[in-house]
Design a binder for this molecule. Structure first.
Ligand SMILES: *Cc1c(COP(=O)(O)O)cnc(C)c1O
Length: 398
């Protein structure tokens, strides 16, 4: 036997002993507010990125079926050989319109969009200035690129200025500031208005990852950039079709025509990976129609989020203030967070505890994600369960 097997067994055991081993919970129903897990237990789901509740929406499913019937399974090709359908071009046009940019390029995932963004447009004489808490896919994309790297403390505009100055002092040519629009562990929003001010001052470009915003957050669901009044000021947006936009999969980059054109020439996940399946494109086009026709979904999500945040705060929980449907319930202790999540599951509420190294030491939490698919009854059942379990575990008084 190769020694790696024994070595990995020991490393896996160490992960288990550290209490950070990730198990997969098997779900036996479509993604929705009400789901059943294997073994049959029915629970209310509060940990999906299904913000608009579109993952099982019949309008999208019908459109997906029609696209499947018309274009069948897939193209068995990358885009530039024989993998570009009329509907890929249509979806790119619609996404450009949605985020108010000139052109869009589709990827199999937002992970690929970020992975393939930096290297084609930035070289050794250029610089990337990155928020310290950016998503793993941005970090990986930056690693693949030869540009100089500068990192600013999370959300710290003074430090961003310092790093921009350092990049300018180093004589860098192009400078790109890169940030998540919404940070997934806290649900906090990047200060894109101020980031764009600094970008102007230092003649830098701005890239925003809108994965936790596209379709549902900010005016018209146009993202954190729109929420901060900076939709037309940010240069490049990457985002996903795998969260609010139906939840299947797929990602994209949207921005200035020349940048998108260069990505089509040089972005490796685009050049060397299969085209997005037609069925997903059909569903995504329908998602954009639904967002146009039915703004009530966004309102429902906003109302649900406000209700949950208000009631939980009133009950005495330590909730990071904000308006995003990511609601972190701060607990501090890692064992408490994991214990509380287990107890909530017994109550029929599916939530996840996060602790170090996913969040800083001493900041363990349960992260709740609100959806437009939740009814008031779902929300109130979750709040009541949190209060019962929270009292039991001494998290709140009473
Ligand atoms: C989910 C997420 C991604 C990855 O999106 P996929 O389409 O699932 O690859 C990238 N960036 C951020 C900020 C995300 O939250």
């Amino acid at each position: 036997m190769y020694p790696i097997r024994e070595q990995l067994q020991a490393e896996l055991q160490a992960i288990r002993e550290a209490g950070t081993f990730k198990e997969e919970r098997v779900i036996v129903t479509p993604q929705a507010a009400d789901i059943a897990v294997s073994g049959g237990q029915e629970v209310i789901n509060f940990c999906a990125n299904n913000y608009l509740g579109l993952a099982d929406d019949e309008r999208l499913v019908t459109a997906a079926k029609a696209t499947l019937d018309r274009y069948k399974l897939g193209m068995a090709s990358v885009r530039f050989i024989c993998g570009t359908l009329d509907i890929h071009k249509e979806l790119e046009r619609r996404l450009s319109e949605f985020h108010r940019k000139e052109d869009t390029i589709l990827y199999a995932a937002a992970f690929d969009a970020n992975g393939g963004l930096f290297e084609p447009i930035l070289h050794a004489e250029d610089a990337i200035v990155s928020d310290a808490l950016n998503h793993a896919s941005i970090i990986d994309g930056v690693r693949l690129c030869k540009a100089k790297r500068f990192r600013y403390a999370h959300d710290d505009m003074d430090d961003l200025r310092t790093q921009l100055q350092a990049a300018r002092d180093a004589g860098c040519r192009r400078i790109l500031i890169t940030t998540d629009g919404v940070f997934s562990m806290d649900g906090d929003i990047a200060k894109l208005d101020r980031i764009c001010d600094l970008a102007e001052e230092f003649e830098a470009m701005v890239h925003v990852d809108e994965c936790h915003a596209t379709g549902f957050f900010g005016p018209g669901g146009r993202g954190a950039s729109a929420a901060k009044g900076a939709l037309d000021r940010v240069d490049i947006i990457t985002s996903t079709l795998g969260k609010a936009m139906g939840g299947a999969m797929g990602g994209f980059t949207t921005g200035p025509a020349e940048i998108i054109a260069m990505l089509r020439q040089k972005s490796r996940p685009y050049l060397f990976s299969n085209t997005l399946a037609p069925v997903i494109v059909g569903a995504a086009l329908k998602t954009l129609d639904v967002l146009d026709e039915d703004p009530s979904l966004l309102k429902t999500l906003e109302d649900n989020t406000a209700h949950f945040r208000e009631q939980m705060t009133a009950a005495g929980f330590d909730i990071r203030p904000g308006t995003h449907p990511i609601v972190p319930i701060m607990l501090g202790d890692a064992a408490l967070a994991s214990n509380m999540a287990d107890r909530m599951l017994e109550e029929g509420i599916y939530v996840i505890g996060f602790s170090y190294p996913v969040v800083p030491k001493g900041q363990a939490r349960i992260r709740v994600q609100i959806s437009a698919a939740h009814s008031r009854a779902h929300l109130d059942k979750a709040i009541a369960a949190f209060v019962r379990v929270g009292r039991d575990l001494g998290v709140i008084e009473g």
